[in-house]
Write a protein that binds this ligand. Structure first.
Ligand SMILES: Cc1ncc(C[n+]2csc(CCOP(=O)(O)OP(=O)(O)O)c2C)c(N)n1
Ligand SMILES: [Mg+2]
Length: 891
C-alpha cells in the first residue's frame, strides 16, 4: 500500500514479524512456496471481507531487481557514441528543414526520449528479414521517425541529401514525415502516427502470425512484434482496447514498450497522478506480463541503503507533474525538492554533488537496464509483455526544452542551444560549423564506428527496417469457377450476400488458393448466412475446442479448432479490420500472399473504423472488404444507426480502394475474379470494397453480348434496351437494390406513360469518376490534341434522352459522374437519417422507389420540353405523392 500515504502502520513490530516469516520462507523453500502461502492468506481474507487484499500496482521502482538483470553484451562506449550521433543528426535534420522552409515541421524532443530504447533494440534484438526468416515487425512511434532516418544515414543507407529532403516528397524522393509504406515502400513496413492504431494493429499482427503458424501455413516461431508507443497515446481507446485478446491468445511473440516520458503534446499526461502506475494496472489486469523500468542503475546503491523504505515511499508519493518539473530544473532543485522532503533522504545524498544527483537517470535512458528488460521480455513464455519505461522528453536538450511543456513542438534550436547539445553528447563539430549551418556528422565506411554498427546489424540479419515484397503470385481459377453464380439463381430468390457466400464457397474449393483465404467476421456471420463455414473451415482458436458445443448434434455446429481458418473476432470492427490488414500485407511482412475477406455490417465499416481503412491503404493491404447489409432502405428494420447510405462516398476518397455496388451475383463474381487477378496475379496494391445486401430477389445469368464484362468492371453497362421507338426516351441508371426499382420504373414508363426507357446497371460510380477525372486531366494538359472521351460519355452518347440515376446511397454518390453525363442529369438518393419501416415505406420516404423514378424521368423530360408538364403533375397525383412534404433529409 506504499502508494497510499494515508495508510498508517499501527503495529510495526507485528509487521516486521510477518515480513520476517515471509523472508524465511523465501530463503528456505523458495518464491513458489511463498506465493502459495500468500494466496492462501489472500483467499482467507477474501472469505472474511469480500475484498482482495492487494492492489494491481507494485512499488514505484524497477520490476527486475539488480541481481536478476541479464548482462548486456556489446561495446558500451561505441554504442553511446553512435547513439549520440543519431541524436545529433536527427535534431539537425529537423532544424535544417525548418531553417530552409519554416512550416515543414518535424519533432526533436520525442526521439531524444526514445533513442536509447530503440538503440538497444537495433543493436541486440530487432531481426531483419533474411532468406530463412522474415524477422521481426516493429511499430516505431511515428513522430520519432527522424531518429530512424538518422540511423539509416549512419548506416550509409541514406545520404545527406536524403536527410535534407525530410518532409519534401513531391519533387524529390524525400523522406516521409512519419512511417508510411506507401511513400517509402522499400523502407517502412508498418504505418504509425495516427495514435492508437499502431498498438491495435501490432496485437492483431502478432495474433495473425500465430494463426499462420497454427494453421501450418508457415513457421513464425521465434519472430516478435514490437510496438513502441507514447504514454499520451495510451489514452486512445484503440491503443489499449485489445489488450485482453493478446493475453487470452497467449501472444508471447508481442512486446509493447511504452515510452513514459510523462508528457504528451500540450503538457503532462497525468500531472496529478502516475501514468506508469495506471498503465501497470491496465496491463496487469488484462493479463500481461508487466516490467516497470523506472530507475537507472545509479539509483541502485541508494535503494540498497533504503532500509526504512523512505526512498521508495518518496518515489511513490511524488506525482508526475513534479517529476517533470525536476527534469526541467537541476541537481540542486532535485536535492531540495525530492530528497529534501525527509531529513533521512537528504542525508542519504549529502555526500553526492549536485551533478551526481542530476545524473541519476531514469530507467529508459540506461542501456543496461533496458537490455535486461528486453531480455526478460523476449524470454517470457505464454504471455505478451509490456515494458513501461520512464524517460525524459527532450532528453539532453537542456534549455532548448528538456522536460518543458513546449518541447513536443520544438522544431528549432538556436546556435547556443545546438552548441550545448553538441557538447552534451560530445559530437565532433565546431562552433564555427554550427554558426554557419549545423552540419550532419557521419563516420565513413571504413571507420570503426561503421564497422561496429554493421557488425551488430549483420548478426541480426541486416539493416532494419526494410520492406521486402517477393511473395509468389497466386494461381487463381478461371471465371468459370463461379459458374453456379454466373448462371443466375434460376427462379430462386436470394440476397447478393448469399451470392457472395456462393462465390466464396467456390473459391474455398479451389485447391491452389483455398488455404490462403482468410474469412473474417466480427460476430455477424449468421447475419450474412455464413454460419455454414463454421463447421466446414473451423473457427481459429489457439486452444482448439475445450467444450462440447451446444449445437454439437447439428451438422453445422460451432466448431473451434487450432487450425481453424475463420477469424471470428467477436464484436470489434477495429480488431477485425486490423486482422484484415495483417492478412492483406502478408505478401510483404511474411512473404506469402493471403486473401482476406472481411465481411461486416456495412454501416460499421468505413465510418466506424475509417482511420484504420486509411492506414491499411497506406500499408498497401490487399484483400476484400465486403459491406453486407448495405443501402439505407434495404436494411430496413434496423433504423438510423444501422442503415448505410454513405460508405461508398467514404470509400471513394481512399485512392487505392476500388469500390463496387453491384446488384446481381454475376456482377459480383466478375468483380471478385478481377480483384483476385489484380491483387494476387498482377500484385497491384489496391483493395476492394464491395457492398452486398440482404434483400431477396432473382439473379439473372450473365448477359451475353459485347461490353458487359468490361462494363461491369469499368462501372456501367446497358442492362435493358428498350425496343420502343417513341419520341420520349430516357436513360435510367441504378445500382444495388435500387436498380430493381429502376427496372420496375422502366416498365411503368413504357406501359403507362408512353416513354421508352433504357436501363443501365452502374456497378461503380466511383470507378467511373476516376476514369472521367483522368480523361479530363489529359484533355486539360493536351490542348489542340484530339479530345478523349470519358467512358460514361462514350456509353451514353448513342442513347437518346435525359439521364436519371437512383441509388440507395446519398445523392453525392451518383453525382460523382455528373461531369461526364452528356445530357440533363438528375439523381435520386437517400440523403438523411435512416429509420425503421418496410422497404416500400422507406423508399417512398426517401423518394427512391419506382414511382419517384418515374416522376423524376417525366419531370426531366418535361424540363427538356419533350413532354408536357401536365403529364408530370398527373403522375404525381396518380402515385399519391405529396409535393409539399419537407425534404426527407430535414426530418
Ligand atoms: C489520433 C491522433 N491524434 C493526435 C495526433 C497528434 N499528435 C502527434 S504526437 C502527439 C503527442 C504524443 O504524445 P505521446 O504519445 O506521449 O508521445 P511522446 O511524443 O511524448 O513520446 C499528438 C497529440 C496524432 N498523431 N494522432
Ligand atoms: Mg509522452
Amino acid at each position: 500500500m506504499a502508494d497510499d500515504p494515508t495508510r498508517k502502520d499501527i503495529d510495526p513490530e507485528e509487521t516486521e514479524e510477518w515480513l520476517g516469516a515471509l523472508e524465511a520462507v523465501i530463503g528456505h523453500d523458495g518464491v513458489e512456496r511463498a506465493r502459495y502461502l500468500i494466496e492462501q492468506l489472500s483467499e482467507r481474507f477474501h472469505r472474511h471481507s469480500g475484498e482482495i487484499p492487494y492492489r494491481m500496482t507494485t512499488e514505484y521502482i524497477n520490476t527486475i531487481p539488480p541481481e536478476q538483470e541479464a548482462k548486456r553484451p556489446g561495446d558500451y562506449d561505441m554504442e553511446r557514441k553512435l547513439k549520440s550521433l543519431m541524436r545529433w543528426n536527427a535534431a539537425v535534420m529537423v532544424v535544417r528543414a525548418n531553417r530552409l522552409h519554416s512550416g515543414l515541421g518535424g519533432h526533436i524532443g520525442s526521439y531524444q526520449s526514445v533513442a536509447n530504447l530503440w538503440e538497444i533494440g537495433f543493436n541486440n534484438f530487432f531481426r531483419a528479414p533474411t532468406e530463412e526468416s522474415r524477422g521481426d515487425i516493429v511499430f516505431f512511434q511515428g513522430h520519432s521517425s527522424p531518429g530512424i532516418y538518422a540511423r539509416a544515414f549512419l548506416e550509409h543507407r541514406l545520404s545527406e541529401e536524403d536527410l535534407d529532403n525530410f518532409r519534401r516528397e513531391v519533387e524529390t524522393p524525400g523522406l516521409s514525415s512519419y512511417p508510411h509504406p506507401w511513400l517509402m515502400p522499400d523502407f517502412w513496413c508498418v504505418p504509425t502516427v495516427s495514435m492508437g492504431l499502431g498498438p491495435i494493429m501490432a496485437i492483431y499482427q502478432a495474433r495473425f502470425m500465430k494463426y499462420l503458424h497454427n494453421r501450418g501455413i508457415m513457421d513464425t516461431s521465434g519472430r516478435t512484434v514490437w510496438a513502441f508507443l507514447g504514454d499520451g497515446e495510451t489514452d486512445e481507446p484503440e491503443a489499449l482496447g485489445a489488450l485482453s485478446l493478446a493475453a487470452r491468445e497467449k501472444l508471447d511473440n508481442l512486446i509493447f514498450v511504452v515510452n513514459c516520458n510523462l508528457q504528451r503534446l500540450d503538457g503532462p499526461v497525468r500531472g496529478n497522478g502516475k501514468i506508469i502506475q495506471e498503465l501497470e494496472t491496465e496491463f496487469r489486469g488484462s493479463g500481461w506480463h508487466v516490467i516497470k523500468l523506472i530507475l537507472g542503475r545509479n539509483w541502485d546503491p541508494l535503494l540498497a541503503k533504503d532500509d526504512k523504505g523512505l526512498l521508495r515511499k518518496r518515489l511513490m508519493e511524488v506525482v508526475d507533474g513534479d517529476y517533470q518539473t525536476f527534469k526541467a530544473k537541476d541537481g540542486a532543485y532535485v536535492r531540495k525538492h525530492f530528497f529534501g522532503a525527509y531529513p533521512e533522504l537528504a542525508d542519504m545524498v549529502a555526500n553526492m554533488t549536485d551533478e551526481e544527483i542530476w545524473s541519476l537517470k531514469r530507467g529508459g535512458h540506461d542501456p543496461f537496464k533496458v537490455y535486461s528488460a528486453y531480455h526478460a521480455a523476449v524470454q517470457h513464455d505464454g504471455r505478451p509483455t509490456v515494458i513501461l519505461a520512464k524517460t525524459v522528453k527532450g532528453y539532453g536538450m537542456g534549455e532548448a526544452g528538456e522536460g518543458q511543456n513546449i518541447i513536443h513542438q520544438q522544431k528549432k534550436m538556436d546556435v547556443e542551444q545546438l552548441k550545448h547539445f553538441r557538447t552534451r553528447f560530445r559530437v565532433p563539430v565546431t562552433d564555427e560549423e554550427i554558426e554557419d549551418q549545423p552540419p550532419y556528422h557521419r563516420p565513413d565506411k571504413d571507420s570503426e564506428e561503421f564497422k561496429y554498427l554493421k557488425s551488430r546489424r549483420d548478426a541480426l540479419g541486416g539493416w532494419f527496417p526494410r520492406r521486402v515484397t517477393d511473395a509468389a503470385p497466386l494461381d487463381i481459377p478461371g471465371l468459370d469457377a463461379f459458374q453456379l453464380v454466373l448462371d443466375g439463381s434460376k427462379g430462386r430468390e436470394m440476397s447478393s450476400t448469399m451470392a457472395f457466400v456462393r462465390v466464396l464457397s467456390a473459391l474455398l474449393k479451389e485447391k491452389a488458393i483455398k488455404d490462403r483465404i482468410v474469412p473474417i467476421v466480427a460476430d455477424e456471420a449468421r447475419t450474412f448466412g455464413m454460419e455454414g463455414l463454421f463447421r466446414q473451415l473451423g473457427i481459429y482458436s489457439p486452444l482448439g475446442q475445450l467444450y462440447e458445443p451446444v449445437d454439437a448434434e447439428q451438422l453445422l455446429y460451432y466448431k473451434e479448432a487450432k487450425n481453424g481458418q475463420i477469424l471470428q473476432e467477436g464484436i470489434t470492427e477495429a480488431g477485425a479490420f486490423s486482422s484484415w490488414a495483417a492478412a492483406g500485407t502478408a505478401y510483404a511482412n511474411h512473404g506469402i500472399n493471403m486473401v482476406p475477406f472481411f465481411v461486416f455490417y456495412s454501416m460499421f465499416g468505413f465510418q466506424r473504423v475509417g482511420d484504420l481503412a486509411w492506414a491499411a491503404a497506406d500499408l498497401q493491404a490487399r484483400g476484400f472488404l465486403i459491406g453486407g447489409t448495405s443501402g439505407r432502405t434495404t436494411l430496413n428494420g434496423e433504423g438510423l444507426q444501422h442503415e448505410d447510405g454513405q460508405s461508398h462516398v467514404q470509400a471513394s476518397v481512399i485512392p487505392n480502394c476500388v469500390a463496387y455496388d453491384p446488384t446481381f451475383g454475376y456482377e459480383l463474381a466478375v468483380i471478385i475474379h478481377e480483384g483476385l487477378r489484380r491483387m494476387y496475379v498482377e500484385q497491384e496494391s489496391v483493395f476492394y470494397y464491395i457492398t452486398t445486401n440482404n434483400q431477396n430477389y432473382e439473379h439473372p445469368a450473365l448477359p451475353e453480348g459485347d461490353g458487359v464484362h468490361e462494363g461491369i468492371l469499368k462501372g456501367m453497362y446497358l442492362l435493358r434496351k428498350s425496343a420502343g421507338r417513341k419520341k420520349a426516351r430516357v436513360q435510367l441508371l441504378g445500382s444495388g437494390t435500387i436498380l430493381l426499382e429502376v427496372l420496375a420504373a422502366a416498365e411503368l414508363l413504357e406501359a403507362e406513360h408512353g416513354v421508352d426507357a433504357d436501363v443501365w446497371s452502374v456497378t461503380s460510380f466511383s470507378e467511373l469518376r476516376r476514369e472521367g477525372l483522368a480523361v479530363d486531366r489529359w484533355n486539360l494538359l493536351h490542348p489542340g490534341k484530339e479530345r478523349r472521351t470519358a467512358f460514361v460519355e462514350r456509353q451514353l452518347r448513342d442513347h437518346r434522352g435525359p439521364v436519371v440515376a437512383s441509388t440507395d446511397f446519398v445523392r453525392a454518390f451518383p453525382d460523382m459522374i455528373r461531369a461526364w453525363v452528356p445530357r440533363r442529369y438528375r439523381v435520386l438518393g437517400t440523403d438523411g437519417f435512416g429509420r425503421s419501416d418496410t422497404r416500400e415505406a422507406l423508399r417512398r420516404f426517401f423518394e427512391v422507389d419506382r414511382y419517384h423514378v418515374v416522376v423524376a424521368a417525366l419531370s426531366t423530360l418535361a424540363e427538356e420540353g419533350t413532354i408536357d408538364a401536365k403529364k408530370v403533375r398527373e403522375a404525381i397525383e396518380a402515385y399519391d405523392i405529396d409535393p409539399e412534404r419537407p425534404d426527407p433529409w430535414t426530418v
